[in-house]
Design a protein around this ligand. Structure first.
Ligand code: ADP
Ligand code: MG
Length: 357
């Protein structure tokens, strides 16, 4: 178990910048996920922690120990890949015990440890099978057991579920979290899948073009995105460009091409600034006729499209030159299915981001 720290770490391939000045501090026992689109530098970052890629600049620490120049086998990490990569001609038990036999542990100790690991990943009775006699999910649990058997300081996961089908992903992600909690090991997990990241992480680092754009808990990232990229990458969002025309400590007025909006004030912005205002589709309420509601922003629009998605109905509403997405849940979504024409909308929550961010 270790605290893991990346200090100003970068990786360049010629002119290609894979990772740039990444700083990350993962507490002992914490589960941190690197989340971002393909090519943003997640794998490169994780492999630098493992020692599989040498950084161009910066340092990797486990606790106060500088690991930057140590090879992978001297770091005592457990690495789980997208594909379980088990030895095909070895039994499940031998696969799990492999790392311990390499370390020269006694037969008796290895046997005990294998039994313990099979129990941990819920595969008692499968020790004698070959990997090909297991399902994809079971194989990935063997890979987990193999990694945990050596009692690593740090667990590293690179999209371990992305080759599996959806139902299996759903259960296995909670298996991984449970194992991490039970063993108390520091874990760093890479995925491009937001719902996976939200389900299992203590904190999430959102990566974009080799940089960590924002790191925080699920609610911090979802409710208070600090950049355009995070606001658009995490969840659905309505994006409205405008200018600040009035300001108090509580309320900021933003003028877009067609709307005047009252928004919660964000520190650091001033009158005249160009901003992007984000309004979550689920934060916009459809108001019944004649409702003189208490919403800070009430706008009239025309329904352009209604998509029934099951648990929600997604409305497209034209408001002046803007088109807003509105997500309606509950019984109300059914009432709206045949709604055409004019509609009134109300919302309070607006996130303001400086246009340059
Ligand atoms: N060995 C390499 N040589 C050149 N460019 C690379 C190499 N490995 C990765 N890259 C580039 O670095 C960037 C980050 O890659 P990677 O860390 O694999 O992203 P992710 O895991 O987030 O999809 C990408 O633009 C990728 O093309
Ligand atoms: Mg990758």
């Amino acid at each position: 178990m270790s605290r893991v720290r990346l200090v100003n770490i970068s990786k360049h391939y010629g002119a290609t910048v894979a990772v740039e000045h990444v700083n990350l501090d993962v507490a002992e026992g914490e589960f941190v996920t690197l989340l971002g689109p393909s090519g943003c530098g997640k794998t490169t970052t994780l492999r630098m922690i493992a020692g599989l890629i040498e950084p161009t600049a910066g340092k990797v620490y486990f606790d106060d120990q500088d690991m930057t120049n140590l090879p992978p086998n001297a770091r005592n990490i457990g690495f789980v890949f997208q594909s379980p990569a088990l030895f095909p001609h070895m039994s499940v038990a031998d696969n799990i015990g492999f790392g311990l036999s390499v370390k020269g542990r006694s037969k008796a100790e290895i046997k005990d440890r294998i039994a313990e690991m099979l129990k941990l990943v819920d595969l008692i009775g499968y020790g004698d099978r070959l990997p090909r006699q297991l399902s994809g999910g079971q194989q990935q649990r063997v890979a987990l057991a193999r990694v945990l058997a050596t009692d690593p300081r740090v667990l590293l996961f690179d999209e371990p579920l992305s080759a599996l089908d959806r139902n299996l992903r759903e259960t296995l992600k909670y298996n991984i979290l449970e194992l991490q909690r039970r063993t108390g090991k520091t874990a760093i997990y890479v995925t491009h899948d937001q719902s996976e990241a939200f389900a299992i992480s203590d904190r999430i680092a959102v990566m974009n073009r080799g940089l960590i754009d924002q790191i925080g808990t699920q609610t911090e990232i979802y409710l208070h995105p600090q950049s355009d990229f995070v606001a658009e990458f995490i969840g659905a969002n309505n994006r409205l460009e405008g200018q600040i025309t009035a300001l108090s400590s509580e309320v900021t007025t933003v003028q877009t091409s067609t709307l005047t909006m009252q928004c919660p004030t964000r520190v650091g912005l001033k009158i005249g600034d160009t901003v992007v205002a984000y309004v979550r589709p689920e934060d916009i309420k459809v108001l019944p006729n004649g409702d003189s509601s208490t919403y800070r922003n009430v706008v009239e629009g025309m329904v352009e499209q209604i998509i029934f998605e099951g648990a929600t109905a997604q409305l497209r509403v034209g408001v002046g030159s803007e088109s807003l997405r509105v997500d309606v849940a509950g019984a109300e979504r059914l009432k709206l299915l045949n709604h055409r024409g004019q509609i009134r909308l109300g919302f309070n929550e607006v996130t303001l981001i400086p246009a340059s961010a």
